[in-house]
Design a protein around this ligand. Structure first.
Ligand SMILES: C[S@@+](CC[C@H](N)C(=O)[O-])C[C@H]1O[C@@H](n2cnc3c(N)ncnc32)[C@H](O)[C@@H]1O
Length: 294
């Protein structure tokens, strides 16, 4: 495995939400890893679509843009056994985790990690057969510029898969909330409002931008995953991590009653705490676009 630092370790604060310090990155990395574990069937379904559309063309070089801890990179390497991958991310911490996982899976020899802030630079990646950008494009200051760079990097006939989301997973029964059901809906609405303000492309339709960049959009899908109660331990940890993060973000945006309900849920010393509840479920959604460079 090789790694490159395309920037000189600099981070800049444009407010688009990517990690700017190791602590932030570590917290996000934990969520990404739980996300990968809990929503693996969703990931498999998306990669199956890409595999079908790639049929008949060799996939030897894969580019993962905003790879995070490598959920996409590693799943793609497993699905395309002749491929090598380049994982780009601004976060050294994410790439470190990706490398450790690649090593554990015996895939280290097929991955190159490149630390680069794609808002300021586009590293030289050569020509690729498949580009993948999952939950990363909405973080970019100028997504159209990144799409143009991916278009140029792809060989004619090559594929780009864009995965995006418009909300975080849901876990709670609707009737939760002191005197007022719908706690999770209110949390989601507040988080979405904050995200949309900071990242205007969060939850957007990417078809027009893909077309403007020169791609032919071959597939656009809304995918869902549902895990009924009782949910497995990893899903419970996932729920707790997301709700803890939500609680921290929404202190100034929720009523005192809703904050109290959240605090009770997050207090595992009481029977109402998340680790003891048997009524949690998982409902998650993703949007997938697969586009081709003509
Ligand atoms: C929500 S995570 C998604 C990670 C991964 N693709 C996945 O699906 O699990 C977004 C990733 O994009 C990276 N990112 C955000 N802005 C970036 C930028 N300007 N340049 C490079 N990477 C960036 C973040 O560091 C983070 O790892």
């Amino acid at each position: 495995m090789t790694h490159t630092h395309d920037h000189q370790g600099h981070h800049h604060g444009h407010g688009h939400g990517h990690g700017t310090d190791a602590g932030t990155d570590e917290a996000l990395a934990e969520i990404l890893d739980l996300d990968a574990e809990v929503l693996r069937p969703l990931q498999t379904e998306m990669i199956d679509h890409v595999h079908t559309l790639a049929a008949g063309t060799p996939i030897r070089r894969v580019l993962d843009v905003g790879s995070g801890t490598g959920t996409g990179t590693l799943a793609l390497l497993q699905r395309f056994p002749d491929a090598e991958a380049i994982a780009l991310d601004s976060s050294v911490e994410m790439l470190r985790r990706l490398e450790a996982k690649a090593h554990d899976l015996g895939l280290a020899g097929r991955v190159r990690t490149v630390a680069a802030d794609l808002d300021t630079t586009w590293p030289s990646v050569g020509t690729v057969d498949l580009a993948w950008a999952s939950a990363s494009l909405h973080h970019m200051a100028d997504p159209a510029r990144v799409l143009a760079a991916m278009f140029t990097a792809l060989r004619p006939g090559g594929l780009l898969a864009v995965v995006e989301l418009d909300s975080f997973p849901r876990f709670l029964p609707h009737d939760l909330g002191i005197g007022r059901p719908g706690l999770e809906e209110r949390c989601q609405a507040a988080v979405t409002a904050a995200n949309t303000a900071a990242m205007p492309m969060f939850g957007a339709d990417w078809t027009p931008l893909l077309r403007q960049a020169g791609f032919t959009v071959e597939l656009s899908r809304h995918l869902t995953a549902d895990i009924p109660a009782p949910i497995p331990a990893a899903a419970r940890r996932y729920a707790e991590t997301i709700l803890r993060r939500t609680r921290a973000r929404l202190t100034d945006h929720l009523s005192p009653e809703d904050l109290t309900t959240l605090d009770t849920l997050l207090d595992n010393t009481t029977p109402a705490g998340i680790v003891h509840r048997d009524d949690l479920t998982v409902h998650a959604t993703r949007f997938l676009w697969v586009a081709r460079r003509p």
